[in-house]
Design a protein around this ligand. Structure first.
Ligand SMILES: Nc1ncnc2c1ncn2[C@@H]1O[C@H](COP(=O)(O)OP(=O)(O)OP(=O)(O)O)[C@@H](O)[C@H]1O
Length: 332
């Protein structure tokens, strides 16, 4: 799939990503500390209810670098919320590794968990009511977390920063409006400003555009890209909407509690010298060599139970096993 770059005048994804990496490197004190801002390795979460075990995450592997903006996409029940709850410090995994900004999420004390949630991460939820207080104006909503955290500089400095953040996400004109006087998209962009008010290292957004139409959703993503680029905040967006791949450079697909696919968009010059963004889809191979075939491939060849593998010089072939052939034969 080939997608052309953003319209002239607006920095394209490649430029924004470069700027984000630069800012993130500055924050981290050098390139060498860039790898693995978020690391999940063999992450397992088992829920037990009335004697039944549900394995929501079955050894999920994921590495997100400092300064990345990543979308995590999956169907309902794939484990997205479970993963986000763990990464945001609301839930504890059953086994494996989950580390964010050097915080080991398996062994957090209550005190560390509180400081992790207050100082290290920020959140944007799908329901705008969960992000903003209805009786405060936009600028007061952005100031609130700074006041609660006792951020220095006095009320004037806080107000100035709040206004700057609202400008950055493109809703400076809403500063003195209450949420009820703003559209859904404006509220979510304001929520992004609230979430980064205390300068978190990582921002988690759970279906931030779930209740918005496509155009308004794109504005919210533009705000997230700007925050990512200008502040160097690592951003993880969780959604069931595959169309989101067009809004970010890296999309990780999860299926049955594991990372299954990745779509990466890279910029390259076409024959006329114009920059175009090319999307490439990859299957994810875990450390032990396991991967999931895309559902469409499995369906197309009626693959079942066993498949034959052939190693070729530069690729691996996957063919239906004997059962698959019989099935396909008898279906004719
Ligand atoms: N507290 C819980 N107790 C028991 N099972 C749970 C619990 N939370 C999640 N699950 C199960 O774990 C699996 C993954 O659920 P999860 O909510 O993470 O998926 P999801 O991808 O976020 O889905 P959705 O988009 O519908 O929210 C599902 O089978 C779900 O039923």
């Amino acid at each position: 799939m080939t997608v052309t770059a953003d319209t002239a005048g607006v920095p394209d994804l490649a430029t924004l990503q470069r700027r984000a990496a630069q800012r993130a490197a500055e924050r981290a004190g050098g390139q060498d500390r860039l790898r693995g801002h978020i690391v999940c390795d063999g992450l397992v979460r088992i829920f037990k209810t009335e004697g039944i075990e549900v394995v929501a995450l079955q050894g999920l592997d994921l590495v997100i670098d400092r300064g990345e903006l990543v979308a995590i996409v999956g169907a309902s029940g794939s484990g997205k919320s479970t993963l986000l709850n763990i990464l945001s410090g609301l839930d504890t995994p059953t086994a494996g590794i989950a580390r964010v900004a050097e915080y080991d999420l398996l062994s957090l004390s209550n005190r560390k968990r509180l400081s992790y949630r207050r100082e290290v991460v920020g959140f944007v939820w799908q329901q705008t009511g969960r992000n903003l207080l209805p009786y405060l104006t936009a600028v007061e909503n952005v100031e609130l977390p700074m006041r609660l955290a006792g951020r220095g500089g006095g009320s004037r400095a806080r107000r100035e920063r709040a206004r700057e953040l609202l400008d950055l996400v493109g809703v400076g004109y809403c500063a003195d409006r209450r949420p009820g006087q703003m559209s859904g998209g404006e509220q979510q962009r304001c929520a992004v400003a609230v979430a980064v008010a205390n300068d978190p290292e990582v921002l988690f957004a759970d279906e931030p555009t779930g209740e918005l139409d496509e155009a308004t959703g794109a504005e919210v993503f533009a705000a997230l890209r700007t925050i990512n680029a200008e502040l160097g905040v690592t951003i993880v967006v969780v959604t069931h909407d595959h169309a989101v791949a067009g809004q970010v450079r890296r999309t990780v697909g999860i299926r049955d509690g594991r990372t299954a696919t990745e779509v990466r968009r890279t910029a390259r010059l076409d024959a006329d010298g114009n920059t175009e963004l090319v999307s490439e889809e990859y299957a994810v191979l875990d450390r032990t060599g396991r991967m999931q075939l895309p559902v469409a491939f499995v369906d197309a060849l009626s693959l079942r139970d066993r498949v034959r593998l052939n190693l070729e010089p530069d690729h691996v072939e996957v063919r239906p096993g004997a059962d698959g052939r019989q099935e396909r034969g008898s279906a004719k």
